[in-house]
Design a protein around this ligand. Structure first.
Ligand SMILES: [Zn+2]
Length: 184
């Protein structure tokens, strides 16, 4: 069995899921996000969330967590069922970041779509100027979402993943590697 570890992480047990290691990362954010990775439950939570609150939050999703653990053993990422409002929430976050980054990167987005994708966080059709973003991004913090927006918009300047491309991304977000790692 794996043990939860990591800088700034708290560990505790979730009723009904005592055998599964839990890792909590506190951030300046409003909502709790839950995911399962490498047999661990990962919760990103607002700074003030108590252990009791987080345990009951996770316990409510016990069925989904078990399903995800099983799926992870078989293939990889499973999708959280789409909750009401998620798509709209992601749409507004993406729209906001696109407005912020278009002038900085000197590009123009011709619109974007949101859908569930198995292996990618985003893509950019450089011919049409339209970006596609993975709905699952809503379960990650805004810094990660911002990185994906910058990444896809940067493709309007450089198509491939060559040093020129990464130079554009790094200039925009000097800590992009750390954000990218959190999405893996
Ligand atoms: Zn790319």
């Amino acid at each position: 069995m794996r043990t939860a570890e990591g800088k700034g992480a708290e560990t505790f047990q979730i009723p009904g899921l005592e055998e599964i290691p839990v890792r909590v990362v506190k951030k300046r954010q409003k909502n709790c996000y839950l995911r399962v990775r490498n047999g661990e439950i990962l919760i990103t939570a607002p700074l003030r969330a108590s252990k009791e609150y987080l345990a009951s939050f996770a316990a409510k999703h016990e069925k989904w967590i078990r399903k995800q653990l099983d799926a992870e053993e078989k293939n990889g990422r499973a999708f959280l069922p789409e909750a009401p409002g998620e798509r709209e929430a992601l749409r507004s976050i993406l729209g906001e970041y696109i407005r912020i980054w278009e002038p900085v990167l000197m590009v123009r987005s011709m619109g974007f779509r949101i859908r569930n994708m198995k292996s990618r966080w985003g893509s950019c059709n450089v011919r049409t100027g339209v970006q596609t973003f993975n709905l699952q991004l809503i379960h990650y913090d805004k810094e990660c979402i911002e990185y994906v927006v910058v990444h896809e918009l940067a493709h309007l300047r450089a198509r491939g993943h060559d040093p020129v491309f990464w130079g554009i991304v790094e200039k925009a977000l000097p800590d992009y590697k750390e954000r990218k790692k959190r999405l893996q």
